[in-house]
Design a protein around this ligand. Structure first.
Ligand code: FCB
Length: 504
């Protein structure tokens, strides 16, 4: 017998989205992880202490290339303040802390001996987190390539990178895998390559005319693809090693984290719509396509031709399915326009190959950023539809405050809380729509050295007084808001836990 009409009506009503302002964390799936993150180079400081050697980012900043000419030699000094920080995380109610291991701290020469002091530091940090019930989510490589490998064989441009990276990753699994259950092989390979090898704005600053300024060497036409290829193969190599030797006993998960800009057409012309589609393939598909289908996207193959490295059958098999989850760092929607200029077969870079004008670096540097929470929904739909709905971790999402220098200690950051609320609402709706999202991490847990802006932009839930000797931490209102939400409060009205916890 068919159910009565009113029962059907009730069922329909129950399926409608409820008032999202009243969402609580219990509306997210069981086991959903809420956290916040940083990365080693950006937060640790202690750059020349206890055996750490320089990374390409130390060299770059020491040569005065960062936005505000600053270095990360001390930064937030988490190396010396990790206990205070873990206490803050605990009081905030974080389920997890996402951080990275500094390759040049653990294996200072890039290959060979483990630095016992580096090992001790990460063991201490991990143990401290676990003692406080906070899961360590660890990125193995977050842009800070040992300078020695850059000097020796040009870093990512050499296939030798794959072996050195794999040995380093194995040292991480062996040393920390008994306690670390969430591994990320590489953070944002899709921007490291464009920034470092096309426009040359990030280390190792390789580029060629007319695609970059201050190029000291490089080839923007070919090198981004080569560097990305080696990063992909290094990722696949670490995943297969982890699966073959460690996963069964350590029972962890391993994935890769991509920058997830979402490209939208700049106008309603069909040319711009096609340009946005191409850009999403170049930006996300560059890595997702090989990982799901075993090859680069067809549009990249046809546009970049022989400049896009071939994948052997063996490599392709190793890449396909080489992830337990995909991490996404989502900040921006980027407006893409079709490139109307005459196509120059001699002078092509990544953007020319995509036949699109969509490079947001200038806009980012000028502070012309478009925050669009709906873009996160579109990005998640894209992964669901095009790449078989992989398990996703939102590894970064956050709000930059960039008020003028000299910086002062500021607690009031309601815009940050609203930003996070807007994105969490979209995330909730995407999950209801079937996206398999398993976790969300705010960037950043506290203020750090920012890759694009030095100390000029601050993303922290907690602030750091970078002018104070002890790098005093202080708890911003957004941290109180997040804490209230994590402890069961409603999304928009999560009552602040007051001053239940104090700055370290
Ligand atoms: C991302 C980086 C991260 C942080 C944010 C703002 O591209 O992964 O380390 O600097 O940008």
């Amino acid at each position: 017998m068919a159910p009565p009409l009113f029962v059907l009506l009730l069922l329909c009503l129950a399926a409608l989205p409820r008032d999202t302002a009243a969402l609580t964390r219990r509306d997210f799936p069981d086991g959903f992880i809420f956290g916040a993150g940083t990365s080693a180079f950006q937060v640790e400081g202690a750059a020349a202490e206890d055996g750490r050697k320089p990374s390409i980012w130390d060299t770059f900043t020491h040569q005065g290339y960062s936005y505000d000419k600053s270095t990360a030699d001390i930064s937030a000094n988490q190396y010396h303040h990790y206990k205070d920080d873990v206490k803050l995380m605990y009081e905030m109610g974080l389920d997890a802390y996402r951080f990275s291991i500094a390759w040049p701290r653990l294996i200072p020469d890039g290959r060979g001996e483990i630095n016992p002091k580096g090992l001790e530091y990460y063991n201490n940090l991990i143990d401290e987190l676990i003692r406080h019930g906070i899961q360590p989510h660890v990125t193995i490589y977050h842009l800070d390539l040992p300078q020695s490998l850059q000097d020796e064989y040009n870093g990512l441009l050499s296939p030798r990178f794959i072996d050195d990276y794999t040995a380093y990753a194995e040292a991480c699994f062996k040393s920390f895998g008994d306690r670390v259950k969430h591994w990320v092989t590489v953070n944002e390979p899709n921007i490291e390559t464009i920034g470092g090898f096309d426009g040359g704005v990030l280390p190792p600053q390789r580029c060629s005319h007319p695609f970059g300024v201050n190029c000291t060497g490089g080839n923007s036409t070919t090198e981004p693809y080569i560097a990305a290829h080696h990063l992909l193969l290094a990722h696949a190599s670490a995943v297969s090693l982890y699966r073959a030797k460690y996963q069964a006993t350590q029972r962890g998960q391993i994935g890769i984290t991509l920058l997830g800009w979402w490209h939208e057409p700049a106008t309603n012309s069909s040319q711009d719509a096609a340009a946005a589609t191409r850009m999403n393939d170049f930006h996300i598909g560059w890595f997702m396509h090989p990982l799901v289908y075993g090859d680069y996207p067809a549009v990249m193959r046809s546009r970049a031709g022989a400049r896009l490295p071939d994948l052997t059958v063996e490599q392709s098999n190793k890449l396909r399915g080489a992830f337990d989850f995909i991490g996404l760092n989502h900040y921006l929607v980027v407006r893409a326009r079709a490139d109307g200029s005459t196509f120059n077969l001699e002078q092509r870079d990544y953007y020319a190959d995509a036949y699109a004008i969509a490079n947001p670096f200038d806009d980012i540097q000028e502070g012309r950023l478009e925050y669009a929470p709906w873009a996160l929904g579109k990005l998640l739909d894209h992964l669901k539809i095009k790449y078989g709905n992989p398990p996703v971790m939102i590894h970064e999402n956050g709000y930059a405050d960039a008020s003028e220098l000299p910086r002062k200690v500021e607690y009031e950051d309601d815009s940050r809380s609203e930003f996070l609320q807007d994105y969490l609402e979209v995330l909730y709706l995407s999950i209801r729509n079937g996206s398999d999202v398993r976790g969300y991490f705010v960037w950043s847990f506290l203020d750090v050295f920012e890759f694009l802006f030095g100390y000029r932009s601050r993303y922290g839930l907690c602030g750091v007084d970078m002018n104070s000797e002890g790098r005093t931490r202080y708890v911003r209102n957004s941290a109180h808001w997040y804490s209230g939400f994590l402890k069961g409060g409603e999304l928009r009205s999560a009552s602040s836990p007051g001053k239940a916890y104090a700055a370290a």
